[in-house]
Design a binder for this molecule. Structure first.
Ligand code: ADP
Ligand code: MG
Length: 720
């Protein structure tokens, strides 16, 4: 196969226009089978990558492979039998030989092996050689049917039993497709040679050859690098293009960030009145936000900061900039509990600030902060909505209700969205459309998240946003000590009792039950009952869960905040935003049921005051992953480090749903394994798009982006 890329060669779009039926040997029946695995065009076919490779140079023989060793042997099936074990599991036993000896393959719970491995079939099996009752055996080995393919490295394609496609069918078709392309004009390579050289990337023709028909595993690795880069670059080009487009085309509000607005220097007054100096990280992020707000294009920024890092002050600063210039601010959060909490806290922070009002005797009135949720009474709601329309309400805090009802702001200047992971892009877009900061200007948007995600993942999932990070905690915090207590309830409750005895308070979070809120509520009620009639009978213990009415919920939170309740038993409704500095113990029952991010959030509810706090993770770990999660929590309180662990354990599922992954252009690339390439792709994309002409200078790449990421592909990616 020629390795040079031909100018004017075949483009991916041309390949996407050719159906697989163009290939010799693909009739209707085979085309239908291919369609079942989503292969319809030649492009689909050459992007159907091998699942793994057999390195035949490392093939052993039955005789040579020692007992206890792992290895690969090429065998022929002599005899197959299937039966059930005493406890009802299916067991298929396959006797195989290779001329040097014979061996039994045993498969548990894989009844279909009986049909796959019929007498005379040749297969490559990989497994550990055991001896059982004097006979050689491999249990549940990996089996590949390779047909009569030769060559040192054999590509193994994902096979589909239901479609009746074998790995060697795909191998043959892919080989034919590549041969046809090379015979024709070779592959066009849209990646500038300078970029290829800089990152030592091979050309596209060599890459497709190397991934499908490698001569060595080294070739596979080089091919993979190039194809991974292509995938990541396309995504970054689209994200950066969108971002640049939004910045250039949308008309934003030029906010007054100094003291010369109609309402004076609200921001300065606010900062002066805080009982503490801002941390360096708060100053820096506020600076980044102010620069955006003063600019002509709308802000579109993500604020990442760990639990307790002081995001509220930063968010309120942004809202105040809107207000001091005579506009309004909105803060949108995912739950009513959180909205209430923020409303209390922010109204408190802003108490005493005034804005201009020519209708009053003094020419000013108190800055007005209101709360609007699904629980707001009809009468209150009418008043608040009127205030929003006339401009009498300066800052509105609320839940999704804010966007669902088309509340009409007089002049919405800044929107802060808290806890981004629960909002999708459409919601962000809907909220932006709400705003009309006069003359059709788009309000500035700040998205806040307390769930740190790794930097490179942020570049992909939030690739259309600028990112600010608060990477410093306010001073005076004593770090939280975390203990994992597998089965010593006495220890757990005696720690709780000791803390209460010394004047502090505790949370007890009940097991997460994903399937059913009703079950979760019941388990919380049961835990509460057990505790108040048992070990905690002499303490005052409150209960909070998703089915508690709003009035009762507010009352319970008030009692806990005031210290009247010693212990609060709750479901994850307290996950976000609850802030009671006197609480020093967080008990999480059956902690293995929670994910890393959730445990980290829950833990963040304590350690908010000066007293040392503890988090008790209770219960065993049913899986190695669960064990690693709990150990990571014990080891570190750094949310970014935990996010990396989470990404390692769960893969991209942490940041994109499976469906999204299936649909998008990330076939080979992994945000986890290919972290450094995400950064490289982002850099290259900014270089290419950032010069002002978008992708005009790279028409072939632009066309590929449109082909592979056109329509709603990127929206799927961004919907978190
Ligand atoms: P986050 O929303 O990031 O979890 P908060 O904004 O709720 O954190 O802040 C956590 C606590 O830290 C609050 O009680 C807040 O008053 C306090 N805080 C914020 N900034 C500072 C600071 N610079 N110095 C001291 N305490 C601060
Ligand atoms: Mg917060």
């Amino acid at each position: 196969m020629p390795s040079e890329t031909s100018p004017g060669g075949v483009t991916l779009r041309e390949l996407a226009d050719r159906p697989v039926t163009d290939l010799q040997g693909v009739g209707d029946k085979r085309a239908a089978a291919l369609a079942k695995v989503d292969v319809r065009t030649i492009l689909d076919l050459i992007s159907y990558y091998p699942r793994r490779y057999l390195d035949r140079t490392r093939e052993a023989t039955i005789e040579a492979l020692g007992v206890g060793e792992e290895g690969m042997v090429l065998v022929r099936v002599a005899r197959v039998s299937a039966r059930r074990t005493r406890n009802g599991r299916s067991l298929v036993e396959v006797r195989v030989t290779d001329g040097t000896g014979s061996l039994t393959l045993t498969f548990f719970n894989q009844p279909w092996r009986e049909r796959q491995l019929t007498e005379g079939t040749e297969a490559v099996v990989f497994g550990k050689m055991d001896r059982y009752r004097d006979k050689l055996q491999m249990t549940n080995p990996i089996v590949d049917l390779v047909g009569d393919r030769t060559g040192r490295i054999v590509a193994v394609y994902p096979q589909s039993g239901s479609a009746g496609l074998q790995s060697w069918d795909l191998d043959g078709l892919v080989g034919e497709a590549l041969r046809r392309v090379m015979l024709k004009r070779g592959f066009d390579d849209p990646l500038p040679a300078a970029v290829r050289d800089r990152y030592r990337l091979i050309d596209r023709a060599t890459a497709y050859g190397g991934i499908h028909r490698p001569e060595s595993m080294q070739e596979v690795a080089e091919a993979r690098r190039r194809l991974v880069f292509d995938e990541l670059l396309r995504i970054q080009l689209e994200l950066v293009r969108r971002k640049v487009h939004l910045e250039r085309s949308a008309l934003g509000i030029v906010h007054v960030t100094g003291g010369q607005g109609p309402n004076g220097d609200l921001l300065g007054t606010f900062h002066e009145r805080l009982g503490f100096p801002l941390t360096g990280a708060q100053q820096r992020t506020i600076g980044e936000i102010l620069a955006d707000l003063a600019g002509a294009s709308p802000m579109h920024r993500l604020l990442q900061g760990d639990v307790g890092s002081g995001k509220t002050v930063v968010a309120v600063s942004a809202l105040l900039v809107a207000v001091q210039g005579g506009h309004q601010g909105a803060l949108m959060v995912p739950t009513a509990v959180l909205a209430e909490q923020h409303h209390l806290g922010i109204a408190d922070l802003l108490a005493g600030l005034v804005v201009a009002d020519s209708g009053t005797l003094m020419g000013e009135r108190p800055l007005r902060v209101e709360l609007l949720t699904g629980y707001t009474t009809a009468a209150d709601r009418r008043q608040i909505i009127e205030g929003i329309e006339t401009g009498g309400v300066d800052i509105l805090i609320g839940t999704h209700a804010l966007i669902q009802e088309g509340v009409d702001f007089r002049s919405l200047g800044v929107i802060v969205i808290d806890e981004q992971h629960r909002f999708g892009v459409e919601q962000r877009a809907a909220l932006r459309e709400q705003g009309d900061g006069g003359e059709g200007a788009i309000p500035d948007v700040l998205v806040m998240t307390a769930t740190p995600i790794p930097r490179t993942a942020a570049m992909t999932v939030y690739g259309d946003l600028d990112v600010s990070v608060i990477d410093e905690m306010p001073p005076g915090r004593t770090p939280i000590r975390t203990h994992w207590i597998v089965d010593d309830d006495d220890q757990v409750w005696s720690i709780v009792r000791d803390e209460v005895a010394s004047g502090h308070q505790a949370y007890v979070v009940c097991p997460l039950i994903d399937e059913s809120e009703a079950l979760e509520v019941r388990s919380a009620e049961e835990t509460h009952d057990t505790l108040i009639t048992g070990v905690l009978s002499d303490l005052s213990v409150g209960l909070l869960h998703g089915r508690v009415g709003p009035a009762e919920k507010e009352e319970t939170m008030r009692l806990f905040r005031s210290g009247a309740l010693d212990v609060l038993v709750a479901t994850t409704v307290i996950e976000v935003g609850v802030d009671v500095p006197n609480a020093t113990v967080m008990v999480i029952l059956d902690a293995a049921r929670f994910g890393i991010a959730q445990l980290h959030q829950l833990r963040g509810r304590v350690g908010r005051g000066s007293a040392e706090s503890r988090c008790l993770l209770v219960g065993g770990a049913p899986t190695p992953d669960a064990e690693e999660r709990l150990e990571a929590l014990v080891r570190t309180t750094d949310g970014f480090e935990l996010a990396e662990v989470d990404l390692d354990l769960r893969g991209e599922g942490t940041i994109m749903g499976e469906r999204q992954k299936g649909r998008n252009d990330l076939r080979l690339a992994s945000l986890r394994r290919d972290r450094e390439w995400v950064e490289v792709a982002r850099e290259v994309a900014i270089e290419m798009v950032g010069d002002g002409d978008g992708l005009d200078g790279h028409p072939a790449l632009a066309d590929e982006v449109a082909l592979l990421l056109g329509g709603d592909e990127v929206d799927y990616l961004l919907k978190s």
